[in-house]
Write a protein that binds this ligand. Structure first.
Ligand SMILES: [Zn+2]
Length: 437
């Protein structure tokens, strides 16, 4: 017996970009039929009454371990924000505070319609991120964050990093029927030695893993990379044989013409995080240029510590708006941005055949929105409605892998009040730990 979604306005994101009123049949974890009418033969019927059904949103750059640091370190530039605030906070996590942080982030993202994430993990207790992603039902990639270099006290030895990473890959990669996957997480070029990058390359090849890193987020960081490696950021990845469609680079703001062409030539995925780029004063990623060169761009909210929320609807709206004053009003469109949050995310994760659109054979990751709100009507373009008008409060139901994770705006895997209570307690204890050092 499957789940039959009846009478929804279906935004398919299939190659023809079909939008029609109809039904979707979900059996086990996949879409098995989608058409204007599907006869019910004993399926559980879920009436949609013209609500909008879209593919689940995919956030390709988040930091679950930082959700608990929301509103604690504002109005700072990247390097100061990292060295004086975020790294000490991350290192002060114990198992309890990390679990609270991860649950808080997963709860927020599921409630706003995010069904898949690429998370940059943490240096210790990484297992908790995998445990919570598995338990929550989200489709998730994560990996222990790697830092063995640079002028900072939070680095670990390369041997420890590699041994722990390999143990985590063996334990978690492709678990929960493939819903949970490992993504290597070298933090950024300044935090990793060349010996560590060699190991990253080897692990990526041995286990066919995504490499998830940050690049060219901030001008100062760009200069540090140039100083220590002699290369610009994107060039570094190419010279070290790390560039491929399995490379996912967050930000890519300070990139030259030559580097933009390199991103295109090597099919590198750009993970665009407009809120974080604005809040840290980092700059404007040249997204219209990326798109015109055929570079895959997807969206993420980065961390709650530099955003300060994890709302994909916010990210879409900002991604569309921030380009217009400089690049022109036609440089972005609502459809282009909606593609980034769905199809672009799927491609970044190497899951273009599995998720990102509502098509027969694909995983049943979908979101039901109610756009019949005073701030969303009138409308004759569904993409404009979603990208420019809608808020996450329009997300009613969320399904991942054929299972409801949010129903009538109620989280199924978690109790929201408990998460809020646990988070307050955990951050207070974490601050006490920092202050007692
Ligand atoms: Zn980040």
């Amino acid at each position: 017996m499957g789940i039959l979604l009846k009478n929804g306005l279906i935004v398919t994101q299939n190659p023809a970009a079909d939008i029609f009123t109809g039904d979707i049949l979900i059996e086990n974890d996949r879409i098995t039929k989608i058409s204007p009418t599907i006869e019910n033969s004993n399926h559980h019927v879920f009436l949609l009454d013209n609500l909008v059904v879209i593919p689940g949103f995919i956030q390709s750059h988040v930091h679950l371990c930082q959700t608990l640091f929301r509103n604690l370190s504002d109005d700072l530039e990247l390097m100061e924000w990292l060295q004086d605030h975020i790294w000490p906070f991350e290192m002060a996590h114990d198992a309890e505070s990390l679990r609270a942080s991860v649950q808080l982030g997963l709860a927020e993202m599921l409630l706003n319609g995010t069904t898949s994430i690429l998370d940059m993990g943490i240096a210790q207790h990484q297992e908790i991120i995998f445990e919570e992603m598995a338990a929550s039902g989200i489709r998730g990639f994560s990996g222990m964050v790697m830092m063995d270099s640079g002028e900072q006290p939070y680095k670990q030895s390369k041997t420890v990093i590699i041994n722990q990473t390999e143990a985590l890959i063996k334990k978690w990669h492709h678990t929960e029927g493939g819903r949970i996957q490992y993504a290597l997480a070298p933090r950024f070029v300044p935090s990793c030695s060349s010996a560590l990058w060699k190991q990253v390359k080897k692990l990526s090849q041995d286990y066919d893993l995504i490499i998830h890193s940050h690049a060219s987020e901030n001008k100062k960081e760009w200069h540090i990379v140039k100083e220590i490696t002699g290369y610009s950021n994107v060039e570094f990845f190419i010279k070290n044989d790390l560039a491929s469609s399995r490379l996912c680079l967050a930000h890519c703001i300070w990139v030259s013409e030559v580097e933009i062409q390199m991103l295109a030539d090597y099919n590198i995925n750009v993970l665009h995080c407009p809120s974080a780029n604005l809040k840290l004063g980092s700059g404007f990623a040249p997204v219209p240029e990326f798109i015109s060169r055929g570079i895959n761009v997807s969206l993420g909210s980065d961390g709650a510590a530099c955003n300060n929320n994890l709302d994909i609807l916010n990210e879409m709206r900002l991604a569309a708006l921030i380009q217009k004053p400089i690049k022109g009003v036609k440089s972005t469109s609502a459809k282009m941005i909606f593609d980034m949050a769905t199809l672009g995310g799927a491609q970044s994760l190497g899951l273009a055949k599995q998720i990102g659109s509502l098509e027969v054979g694909k995983k049943a990751d979908l979101v039901v929105m109610d756009l019949r709100k005073v701030h969303c009507i009138p409308a004759d373009d569904i993409y404009s409605q979603i990208v420019y008008s809608a808020k996450s409060s329009e997300v009613l139901h969320v399904m991942v892998n054929g299972e409801w994770k949010v129903k009538n705006q109620q989280l199924q895997p978690y109790h929201e009040e408990t998460i809020i209570k646990d988070s307050w307690k955990a951050i207070q204890n974490l601050i006490k730990r920092i202050n007692s050092v």
